[in-house]
Design a binder for this molecule. Structure first.
Ligand code: ADP
Ligand code: MG
Length: 493
């Protein structure tokens, strides 16, 4: 019997209690952490006073070995593909500019308009860095079909949980080494755990961009959300940049940057340190790394959009540039899928067919609303948003399409539902909520980076992976959004 019809193996309550003790202690010891929730009644203290462990899965998730290997290989093709898409201005203008999504989506319009202004002034960003994550689900529509891996989406901005996931992979390795999972399955052996060096890998991308900028003393700027709870995932990249490369980081929000950012005569980005009372010298920025800016909620006012564009008008490497952010839109994923479009960006020898094989069908709602309503039960509708909680699933589709103004259909894509094997369960542990057993669906993410710009060879690497697991009666994913827990890969044949 395949593990995908029955997983995990039987385990006693006593064994689970022991695994939970070891897992949560490991999590607290290894920064698998969040800041606690804040609320208007309970605003955050000026400096963190406590942390909680991030939601975790007790037993790693089986993934067929050959599919995992394929996903890692495929990342190189995806890195190249999205770098080329971001450099194809007229392609992106056509889809996202006036006459396309910009006409009906204020968020996309604000980003596109800012980018266009910079181009008109002759200041497109010299170098783009993408820290990417390509997300997949296992797909097996019926039990007698072979399992394959299908792409959910490709993230080009604020791809998160790389650092925490490396630690969770370490946690599962520790549980295997320390308990052997009490012999519940011969598959739970450390030889079936792939290595995970995502932190070093992502940091290598940032360091490569820093070196390309060419000012060793410059700092990398992390643009962050106010009251971000997932700070440790970000800080681990900061610490590794310092420890492996001697590169220093500053973190500021858009609201802070509204007043602290300035451009020198040669358009070097210079940031005033805060608070001013500390009288720290201003710093030059080599790379702007956005862990904010992917959602309209990140821009409190038009000033914040202006600040984003102001930063992008500098010489600093943009991770990502607005072009690269737009390239990661679900609408672009849908257009790439149309006959012959992907093939304009990737040759057969660069893996175009393998990329196509990783897709399920998508189409635009403006040409396929009827089909979307007719086949609602097998579909999800997606707008041009990131970060979870925006999609419309199955039986909600017909009413939604009925109410959506016709001209807004262009900003929505329909996507066939990927259908994971049904026999997999997991033990999900959340601080304050204890442990639950659930039928589970796991999403594999593969990290990569690409550094590119006009007249420069694309440099890119595949650098690591993550797994997020959720109960199978939940449609959405996302750890920060509260749907998923962090997990890791168990390779099976
Ligand atoms: P977001 O940018 O909000 O993360 P996603 O495209 O990743 O948007 O969708 C959110 C979640 O919805 C995914 O993590 C996945 O769990 C689920 N999902 C998205 N597309 C599909 C699909 N085609 N089939 C099955 N589940 C999907
Ligand atoms: Mg997603």
């Amino acid at each position: 019997m395949s593990v995908f019809t029955s997983w995990p193996p039987d385990v006693t309550t006593e064994q689970l209690d022991q695994l939970t003790l070891l897992a949560t202690t490991y999590a607290l010891s290894h920064s698998i952490l969040y800041l606690p929730p804040v609320s208007p009644e309970k605003p955050p203290p000026p400096a963190p006073e406590s942390a909680i462990f991030a939601p975790i899965s007790l037993i790693p998730t089986p993934i067929p070995r050959h599919l995992f290997a394929n996903a890692l290989t495929l990342q190189r093709a995806y890195n190249t593909l999205y770098a080329r898409v971001a450099l194809d201005t007229s392609f992106l203008d056509q889809i996202m500019g006036p006459g396309g999504v910009s006409d009906v989506d204020d968020f996309i319009s604000a980003l596109w308009t800012g980018w266009k202004k910079l181009r008109d002034k002759g200041f497109p960003p010299p170098l783009h860095l993408g820290l990417f994550r390509s997300d997949y689900l296992l797909h097996q529509p019926t039990p007698d079909e072979p399992i394959s891996l299908k792409q959910v989406e490709f993230n080009t901005i604020s791809s998160s949980f790389g650092a925490l996931s490396q630690r969770v992979a370490g946690m599962h390795r520790y549980l295997i080494e320390s308990t052997g999972y009490f012999g519940i399955s011969p598959l739970l052996s450390s030889s079936n755990l792939p290595s995970n060096d995502t932190i070093e890998g992502l940091v290598n991308g940032l360091a490569e961009a820093h070196r390309a900028y060419g000012v060793p003393d410059a700092y990398i700027l992390f643009v962050v959300q106010p009251n971000e709870r997932n700070v440790f995932d970000q800080r681990m990249l900061e610490y590794q940049l310092f420890e492996s490369h001697g590169i220093r980081v500053i973190r500021q929000t858009f609201a802070e940057l509204d007043t602290t950012a300035s451009l020198s005569a040669s358009r070097a980005l210079v940031i005033t340190r805060i608070p001013p009372g500390l009288k720290l010298a201003p710093v030059e920025i080599s790379v702007v790394y956005y862990r904010a800016g992917y959602s309209p909620a990140d821009y409190a006012s038009s000033t914040d959009y202006a600040t984003r564009v102001y930063l992008e008008g500098s010489r600093a490497v943009q991770c990502p540039s607005i072009a690269l952010q737009l390239a990661g839109a679900k609408k672009v994923q849908e257009v790439l899928m149309r006959p012959g479009v992907l093939e304009r960006f990737l040759t057969p020898s660069e893996g175009a067919q393998a990329v196509r094989d990783s897709w399920v069908n998508m189409w635009s709602l403006d040409t396929g609303a009827e089909e979307a309503v007719r086949r609602a039960d097998e579909l999800v509708l997606k707008p041009q948003r990131e970060g979870g909680g925006n999609n419309i699933y199955r039986e909600r589709i017909p009413l939604f399409v009925g109410l959506l103004p016709l001209h807004e259909r262009v900003a929505w894509v329909a996507m066939e539902l990927i259908r994971p094997p049904r026999g997999v369960g997991a033990y999900l542990v959340r601080q304050g909520e204890g442990r639950v057993r659930a039928r589970a669906v796991s999403e594999l993410g593969v990290f990569g980076w690409a550094l590119f710009g006009e007249g420069r060879e694309v440099r890119e690497e595949q650098v690591g992976w993550l797994v997020r697991t959720k109960a199978d009666d939940v449609d959405e994913g996302g750890v920060a959004a509260g749907f998923s827990v962090l997990d890791s890969v168990l390779l099976v044949d």
